[in-house]
Design a protein around this ligand. Structure first.
Ligand code: TEU
Ligand code: CA
Length: 558
């Protein structure tokens, strides 16, 4: 019999510290604010909190540009605040997962300041420096956030690589001193007693030999660096080294954010020998609703085809089964709100469809992640206008794709941003209906979503039919029923464009999970056995073969 690891039964709650709770009135969420809200997370039932980066940072990419890995961003508090938060969380039985951002540092990190100071500095090789080729960039790679992935540095006459913004130079993992410095830093956090790491773009740390050009999408200007770099030649070797030097020192949980990962590589990253990571975040389902014009990439506002979504998620369920472990997510700080993207955020359908979307995910095999506000059905922030956005990806998209390349008009781009932009997820948490939703007594760092008067945690906690209590039940069921962790997954009716139904089959019992993805009333007969009982549903009664708008129900039977 296989033994189940604690993180295989766990549910993770993701906290975006900047937007969770401001304790000191400066408009920015902070560590003391998170501490004040631990009981809320406990009430939901989550086992683990993943904190987005809280380290010292000039915030060119909201903390994903780290200038000191062993210090706390003063906006969020102090190391003493962190130590207290960790202790308080542990007292309540909540584990803390730290964000580990080691594909790149900030250009203000002391390693980079030294590295750029001269060609013979002993930190020069900590980063990826190249001579110009014919007076140009060394290759055609584009940054993930528009524009080129190379920046010319006058002082030494070379370019450095930055897959993200200029302030995020890529570390040179080929250099053993870089790896050792990263592992030492990780051990500093392990020694503090943290419970694991979420590893930012870990699939990108090993660059291909010779840094070959990437494929240029039709109508685009730069080569695709994601495809060129993902799952590079030494990435598995580096992670095995990390496992030996750091991860084996404690019973931790690790999840690698693996942009560009396919099944073959996921099976290596998250293999059951436990020689690398516990699980990865894959991105394929996030790309199914991309723009048909590849030069516009993710910028689009059409909903995903349910048939495509089923095909993709079922592939991950089936192909990792028994070989590697899945992570399950609809959203995070880089994605729009789940109910807006996969459900229906019109007032009459918001709650019911948020529950349906949750049901679909939470009965799959893997470790589910709930992004702050998802549990109360927070929606995209349609009230933000071009000047309100903070996210560098959105700002650059307007600057490069619209102002410079005119790929579409500005009004259309705004619609795309309202559908896909990262700031949809980053508007502050809505705690109550008082000014600024109880998030801050000051001026919030990012404009609030208009809907906090009706969509807020206080209202959700006062209503036993809220999405909050539905998530609470989903989490409790995962803890109580082993079949959700171990059962076999079987997709039903792959071609059905309106209903996503699947079975989980265990040794002594089965679950049948049925989700109406539409606002229509449908008729379907799944031949539910007589001895079946409804385990959870977003409607009060069971209408048998009738599926009401966004109805979700799970039958349990022998
Ligand atoms: O995201 C990596 C990543 O793949 C994103 O660029 C993603 O494609 C994009 O955000 C979708 O819009 C991680 C972090 O989660 C993100 O917040 C950082 O900006 C990025 O790495 C750089 O550190
Ligand atoms: Ca604050």
């Amino acid at each position: 019999t296989e033994t189940i690891k604690w993180w295989q039964k766990a549910v993770v709650y993701q906290v975006y510290p900047r937007s969770f709770q401001d304790a000191n009135g400066d408009g920015i969420g902070d560590l003391q604010g998170i501490e004040q809200r631990l009981d809320y997370i406990k009430k939901l039932g989550a086992d683990v909190v993943w904190l987005n980066p809280v380290y010292a940072s000039p915030d060119k990419d909201n903390g994903y540009d780290i200038s000191d890995y062993e210090d706390i961003n003063a906006k969020f508090g102090t190391m003493a605040d962190f130590d207290r938060l960790l202790a308080k969380a542990h007292d309540k039985g909540i584990k803390i997962l730290m964000d580990l951002v080691v594909n790149h540092t900030s250009d203000q990190h002391k390693w980079f300041i030294e590295s750029r100071s001269s060609k013979d500095n002993d930190k020069r090789d900590f980063y990826i420096w190249r001579d110009p080729v014919d007076g140009h960039e060394p290759n055609n790679w584009g940054s993930f956030f528009s524009g080129p992935a190379w920046k010319f540095d006058e002082a030494t006459g070379q370019y450095y690589l930055h897959l993200f913004v200029e302030g995020q130079p890529d570390l040179n993992w080929v250099n053993p001193k870089v790896r050792q410095s990263v592992f030492d830093m990780m051990n500093f956090w392990v020694d503090k007693g943290i419970d694991g790491f979420r590893m930012d773009v870990i699939s990108l740390i090993s660059k291909p030999d010779g840094l070959p050009d990437g494929e240029v999408p039709e109508g685009g200007e730069y080569g695709n660096s994601d495809k060129a770099v993902a799952n590079g030649p030494h990435v598995h070797e580096y992670l095995q080294e990390m496992r030996q030097q750091v991860l084996n020192r404690a019973d931790m949980m690790t999840v690698g954010e693996a942009s560009g990962v396919d099944i073959e590589n996921a099976v290596k990253y998250a293999n059951q020998d436990n020689s690398e990571l516990n699980m990865v975040f894959q991105f394929e389902h996030m790309g199914l609703d991309n723009n048909p014009n590849p030069a516009l990439g993710k910028w689009y506002d059409k909903k995903v085809s349910l048939v495509d979504l089923k095909e993709n998620l079922s592939k991950w369920q089936n192909d990792l089964a028994g070989k590697a472990w899945n992570s399950l997510y609809w959203d995070n700080h880089d994605q729009p709100r789940a109910v807006s993207r996969y459900g229906d955020d019109r007032p009459e359908y918001r709650v019911v469809s948020a529950k349906m979307v949750a049901t679909l995910l939470h009965f799959m095999q893997g470790t589910p992640y709930v992004y702050q506000g998802e549990e109360i059905g927070m929606t995209n922030a349609y009230n933000l206008q071009r000047d309100d956005f903070d996210d560098v990806e959105i700002k650059n998209a307007f600057k490069y794709l619209i102002d410079k390349d005119h790929l579409t008009d500005e009004a259309t781009m705004l619609k795309y941003v309202h559908a896909k932009g990262r700031d949809n997820a980053r508007t502050p948490m809505q705690w109550d209906d008082s000014k600024n939703a109880g998030f801050t007594t000051g001026t919030p760092w990012l404009k609030m979503n208009d809907y906090y008067d009706t969509i807020n945690a206080k209202a959700a906690l006062a209503d036993l039919n809220s999405t909050f209590y539905y998530y609470q039940k989903l989490i409790r069921l995962r803890h109580e029923l082993p079949i959700i962790t171990t059962g076999t997954y079987e997709l039903l009716d792959p071609e059905d464009e309106q209903v996503y139904a699947y079975r989980r089959v265990g040794q002594n019992e089965s679950l049948l999970v049925i989700n109406n993805f539409t606002s229509e009333t449908l008729t379907r007969d799944y031949h539910v056995p007589d001895n079946a009982s409804v385990l959870i549903s977003n409607y009060e009664d069971d209408a048998l073969t009738t599926l009401r708008p966004y109805e979700a129900k799970v039958y349990r039977f022998d």
